[in-house]
Design a protein around this ligand. Structure first.
Ligand SMILES: Nc1ncnc2c1ncn2[C@@H]1O[C@H](COP(=O)(O)OP(=O)(O)OP(=O)(O)O)[C@@H](O)[C@H]1O
Ligand SMILES: [Mg+2]
Length: 332
C-alpha cells in the first residue's frame, strides 16, 4: 500500500479508537520502514508501539495494569513521553562523556552482548536541586526513543509499614514488562527517613528490598536513580550502579551557554558575559527562570527585544525570590 494511504488508515483507526486496527497498520508502517532500510526508525517505532507510551491511567498492551499503592490507590508510576534532546541540556565535560558512553553502549548493546559484555544501564545522578537530573533522564529517553517511566520515590516509601517493599516490587515488575528509561526520582527519600529512629527497621528492609530488586533487574531498560542528598545514601547502594554522575551548579561559562540557549527563540541585545557575571551561584533552573521572566516582561511591555535593563530586573527578582525561600529575607 502506498505510504499516504497507510498513514490515512493509521489516523482513521486512531480516530475510531480501534486499537486492533491501529496496531496492525502501525506494524505495516514499521515493515515498510524496514524494507526501506530505515532500521533505526523501524526499531524505535517498534519500541514505542510495544511500550504503549500512553497516559498512566491506560492499561498497557501486555495487559499489566499500572501499579498502585494498595491502601491509598495512588499510582506509583507515571508514563511520560520525553520531548527534550541533548541540544537542550548543558552538561559538564565528564557528564557529557558519561551520557555519550551510555547512549553508545545502549545503541550497540547487541554487539557488546555478543562479546559477553553488558551495556551500562544502571545510573545514579547526584547533585543539588535544579541542575538537570530529571531533565537528563528525559534526554536519555528521547535520544533512545524510549518512554520515561517516572517513579517518585516518596510515593513508594511513604505508605503504610510493610507496604513499601511490596510497592517497590510492583514498580520493578511493571518496569521489567517493557523497555523504558525508568527514573526513581527523589531517591533520597530512603536516606532522609534514616534520621527517624522509629523508622529504622522498616528502612533497612526497604533498602535491602531495593538492593535485591536492583541486582536482579535484568532488562533492556535503563534505570536511573536521582538524589540531591547523595551523602545520605548507603555505600552499598553506590556500588550497584554502573555509572555515577554528578550534576553541580553551573560554572560562569555554563551560565552563558544557558542564557543563549534559553533565549534562543526571542531577540535579545545582551552582553552575555556581563549578564552571566551577575548570576554566579544560581542553578540551571534559576537561570531558566530569569530568562523566562525577562521574555514575559518584554512581551507584556510590548517590547520586541530583551535588553540588559529588562534582564537585570529579572535577575534582581530571582535573587529576591531565592532569598525569601532561604528565609532570611535578604538578597544573596
Ligand atoms: N543542566 C541543565 N541544562 C539545561 N536546563 C536545565 C539544566 N538543569 C535544569 N535545567 C532546567 O531547569 C528545570 C528543572 O531542572 P530538573 O528538574 O532537571 O532539576 P533536578 O536536578 O532534577 O532537581 P531536583 O533535585 O529538585 O529534582 C529543567 O526542566 C530545565 O528546564
Ligand atoms: Mg528532579
Amino acid at each position: 500500500m502506498a505510504r499516504g494511504e497507510l498513514l490515512r488508515k493509521l489516523f482513521q483507526s486512531h480516530r475510531r479508537g480501534n486499537d486492533e486496527e491501529f496496531r496492525s497498520v502501525a506494524l505495516r508502517v514499521i515493515a515498510e520502514e524496514e524494507r526501506k532500510n530505515n532500521h533505526r526508525l523501524a526499531e524505535d517505532l517498534k519500541r514505542i508501539l510495544e511500550n504503549g507510551a500512553r497516559p498512566a491511567s491506560a492499561k498497557r498492551l501486555s495487559g499489566t495494569s499500572v501499579p498502585r499503592d494498595e491502601e491509598r490507590q495512588t499510582l506509583l508510576v507515571d508514563v511520560r513521553d520525553p520531548q527534550r534532546t541533548l541540544a537542550e541540556i548543558v552538561l559538564t565535560q565528564s557528564g557529557s562523556e558519561v551520557i555519550g558512553r551510555v547512549l553508545r553502549e545502549y545503541r550497540q548493546s547487541e554487539l557488546l552482548r555478543a562479546h559477553g559484555l553488558q551495556p551500562a544501564t544502571k545510573l545514579l545522578f547526584c547533585g543539588p536541586p535544579g541542575c538537570g537530573k530529571t531533565l537528563c533522564a528525559e534526554v536519555i529517553a528521547s535520544e533512545l526513543g524510549l518512554p520515561l517511566l517516572y517513579t517518585r520515590f516518596d510515593a513508594v516509601v511513604s505508605s503504610y509499614l510493610g507496604e513499601t517493599a511490596a510497592n517497590l516490587r510492583k514498580v520493578f515488575d511493571y518496569a521489567s514488562s517493557g523497555r523504558w528509561v525508568v527514573l526513581f526520582d527523589e531517591f533520597d527519600a530512603i536516606g532522609k527517613a534514616r534520621d527517624d529512629a522509629s523508622e529504622h527497621g522498616e528502612l533497612k528492609r526497604v533498602i535491602n528490598s531495593f538492593l535485591q530488586l536492583l541486582d536482579s533487574f535484568v532488562s533492556p531498560s535503563i534505570l536511573v536513580a536521582a538524589t540531591n542528598h547523595e551523602q545520605l545514601l548507603d555505600p552499598a547502594l553506590w556500588r550497584r550502579f554502573d555509572e555515577v554522575m554528578m550534576f553541580p551548579r553551573p560554572t560562569i561559562h555554563d551560565i552563558r551557554t544557558l542564557i543563549r540557549q534559553k533565549l534562543r527563540n526571542f531577540p535579545q541585545s545582551l552582553d552575555i558575559k556581563e549578564a552571566a557575571s551577575k548570576m554566579r551561584g544560581m542553578t540551571h533552573a534559576d537561570v531558566e527562570q530569569v530568562c523566562l521572566s525577562a521574555v514575559k516582561a518584554a512581551i507584556l511591555d510590548e517590547r520586541d527585544i530583551v535588553d540588559s535593563a529588562l534582564f537585570a530586573d529579572a535577575v534582581a527578582k530571582q535573587r529576591t525570590r531565592l532569598a525569601m525561600s532561604e528565609g532570611d529575607g535578604r538578597p544573596r
